[in-house]
Design a protein around this ligand. Structure first.
Ligand code: ATP
Ligand code: MG
Ligand code: FE
Length: 356
């Protein structure tokens, strides 16, 4: 099966062609991502209107380029997969409508893919993981611990009750006058001999029986620390960033560690369980080391797909479409609508449907 994937839910415009063989193995044939970082950096965050316009301008060319790199034409494609949520509605409309147009013109089936499902299934493309496994998604828009039971079968075990982890990095960087995106800037500053012991930043929800996350208090604590120091030196910034990363590492250790325990409790027959990390924050070395040692300690395999597949891309969307097709799940009608909010697990979807 060859699937064309389209991703436009946030600030990356992406197109990809992915192959899925009969044994369930996958191979990326062509993959292009255009980041809009420069368009948004002056504003210190993603501006939805600018993002939507940039998708319109770039998407056609990117699809041509992905097909070209894969050495195929639309005739060779078995289905089209386009992200239809969750995300910024303007961008979603651009990608989904393009997918619909191609499906209509070629008569091929269309899969309207949940962006989170793309992240959740990537480890099967890169590492051939089998179900069930746990996934920690840490990006600018999401912080979730998800049980991946099968294609289309997910349970959300934990989510952030306020800021996403990437958002916490971005806001902290802004407070300290560091450039956007904040994650890499904070990590670099901390690496300049930052003292992680200097500030005792809060670790919200640590010890809580549920598996949720909370990061907004951290940002407030950073602001207070910075204000108490005026004028703030380079060394202060390094120390704040190192202490900030340390608080996050401790929080994740507790929250994710609890999730691993729950997994081993529920799936005693899985002999080598796995934790997969996804999302842009997965680039962070402190976070990786924390998760690696956590997994080592609890008998888990730690799977971190290559970074360009952890951040937003279209290969994961094409792959999710391929998995749905191979699992016999029905394609979507051309009347399918984009959804800015679209939780992955069916329980949460039912709640939204009931108006709660
Ligand atoms: P979505 O949440 O919709 O998937 P996004 O564009 O917000 O999309 P990604 O592109 O996956 O998310 O990741 C971007 C986030 O990752 C930003 O918040 C950025 O600060 C953070 N990030 C990137 N590199 C690092 C790093 N080295 N350390 C910490 N955070 C990082
Ligand atoms: Mg992004
Ligand atoms: Fe994403």
């Amino acid at each position: 099966l060859r699937i064309l994937g389209i991703e436009t839910s946030c600030d990356e415009t992406a197109a990809s062609v992915v192959l899925r063989d009969e044994e369930g193995g996958g191979r990326i044939l062509g993959d292009v991502v255009l980041s809009q970082l420069e368009e948004h950096s002056a504003y210190g965050g993603v501006v939805p209107e600018i993002a939507a316009r940039a998708h319109v301008e770039a998407l056609d060319t990117l699809i041509e380029e992905a097909l070209l790199r894969a050495g195929v034409t639309l005739k060779d494609i078995d289905a089209i997969a386009a992200t239809s949520g969750p995300g910024l509605i303007g961008g979603l409309i651009v990608g989904l409508m393009t997918g619909k147009a191609i499906a209509r013109a070629t008569g091929k089936p269309l899969y309207a893919v949940n962006h989170l499902e793309g992240h959740a299934l990537t480890a099967r493309l890169t590492d051939g993981l089998s179900f069930p496994y746990l996934m920690l998604l840490v990006s600018g828009g999401h912080t979730q611990l998800i049980l991946v039971k099968g294609v289309g079968d997910y349970e959300r075990w934990g989510t952030t009750i306020d800021d996403a982890l990437g958002e916490a990095f971005d806001k902290t960087a802004k407070l300290l006058g560091l450039p956007y995106p904040g994650g890499p800037a904070v990590e670099r500053a901390a690496a300049r001999n930052g003292n992680p012991e200097r500030f005792d930043f809060p670790r919200p929800l640590v010890g809580d029986a549920r598996l949720d996350f909370s990061f907004s208090g951290l940002k407030t604590a950073v602001r207070q620390a910075a204000q108490s120091l005026e004028p703030v030196t380079e060394q202060d910034i390094a120390d704040i960033c190192a202490s900030f990363q340390r608080a996050i590492a401790r929080t994740l250790k507790d929250r994710v560690g609890r999730g691993l325990k729950r997994f081993t409790g529920e799936y005693q027959s899985v002999d080598r369980p796995a934790l997969v990390v996804a999302g842009g924050v997965a680039a962070n070395q402190t976070l990786r080391q924390t998760l690696q040692s956590l997994c080592d300690g609890q008998g888990f395999r730690f799977v971190a797909p290559p970074l360009q597949l952890c951040t937003d891309n279209a290969a994961m969307i094409a792959w999710a479409g391929a998995e749905r097709l191979a699992a016999g799940l029905p394609a979507d009608g051309l009347n399918v609508a984009p959804r800015s909010r679209w939780p992955l697990d069916s329980e949460a979807q039912a709640l939204i449907g009931s108006g709660k």
